[in-house]
Write a protein that binds this ligand. Structure first.
Ligand SMILES: Nc1nc(=O)c2c([nH]1)NC[C@@H]1CN(c3ccc(C(=O)N[C@@H](CCC(=O)O)C(=O)O)cc3)C=[N+]21
Length: 280
């Protein structure tokens, strides 16, 4: 019998803890504010941005939202970021990705002050994580660590396999598992014997970006399986990178999609916003 790792329940716990902290800070006269920038009106992005604003409201964090037209130039976006960088009332800046093709994402990410980089995407934040110095940690991998720990699953000494090597998930995920004293293997689309490598894992984190690719045959009996993927099929139904129905037959603990990692990403964004007061 598998244990369902419920991201809705755990993210609610975290948000409630943050809400209390924020109320305490308010009583001392400290206000927190997140600026959210969206360029264009991709419907999926609008849903995420809306969820972030709702979470801010719930916790008591102020939010400024900038909905810029698709034709916004890179210069205009960078100028807005510079303005928010030097605005003392703004603690965190989030630029929703992906951006329209005419805007250089790397340039945008580098322009956000590392002190306000609540997404943890700035090279300074990534570098700090890799050498164990304080800085913002990318929200999705941070959320995965919370899911594992708050489910009472130990990471130290475990075989951890991360499937995927993106800058936003796979790479920071491997650094975080290492920080927790896991033994970490990162694999990807060119890995030989992928199935065998995955089957070594006590903890398997899947962020490969292929709908329902990982079935029971990739999973060791009793392993913890965390599914970072999120896809929408032709009937608008959400699914992950893991074939849940198959995987649950062998996994010891597993996250669903939706209701797994997704809600944690937003909870950890809120956590980074609260953390930002120690950095400013
Ligand atoms: N600068 C930036 N930072 C991000 O953190 C960022 C981004 N850009 N661009 C897009 C991705 C995606 N992302 C998600 C957040 C919440 C859910 C989430 O709450 N998912 C729900 C389902 C939501 C639904 O119904 O669509 C769930 O899995 O249960 C999913 C995905 C943050 N991202």
């Amino acid at each position: 019998m598998y244990k369902l790792i419920d991201g809705k329940v755990i993210s609610k716990q975290i948000k409630d803890e943050l809400k209390e902290k924020v109320a305490g800070l308010k009583a001392e006269g400290v206000e927190i504010c997140l600026a959210v920038i969206q360029v264009g009106n991709d419907p999926a992005s609008s849903v995420y941005v809306g969820n972030k604003k709702k979470a801010c409201e719930y916790i008591g964090i102020g939010s400024l939202s900038y909905e810029l037209p698709e034709e916004t130039t890179e210069e205009e976006l960078l100028a807005l970021i510079e303005k928010l960088n030097s605005d003392d009332k703004v603690n965190g800046i989030l630029v929703q990705l992906p951006l329209p093709k005419h805007i250089d994402e790397d340039k945008v990410i580098k322009t956000i002050s590392p002190k306000k980089d609540v997404d943890g995407f700035h090279p300074m934040s990534v570098g700090a994580l890799s050498i164990g110095q304080p800085g913002f940690v990318s929200c999705t991998p941070a959320g995965v660590i919370q899911l594992i720990k708050r489910s009472g699953i130990e990471i130290e000494g475990k075989e951890c396999v991360v499937l995927g090597r993106s800058n936003i998930v796979g790479k920071p995920m491997s650094m975080l598992l290492l920080r927790e004293n896991g033994t970490v293997t990162v694999c990807h689309s060119r890995t030989k014997n992928l199935k065998e490598v995955c089957r070594r894992a006590d903890i398997l984190v899947v962020a490969i970006g292929k709908p329902e690719m990982i079935d029971a045959s990739y999973i060791k009996e009793g392993a913890t399986v965390i599914d970072v993927g999120i896809h929408r099929d032709e009937n608008n139904k959400l699914c992950g990178d893991v074939d849940f129905e198959s995987a649950k037959e062998v996994a010891g603990a597993i996250t669903p999609v939706p209701g797994g990692v997704g809600p944690m990403t937003i909870a950890m964004l809120m956590s980074n916003c609260v953390e930002s007061i120690n950095i400013n």
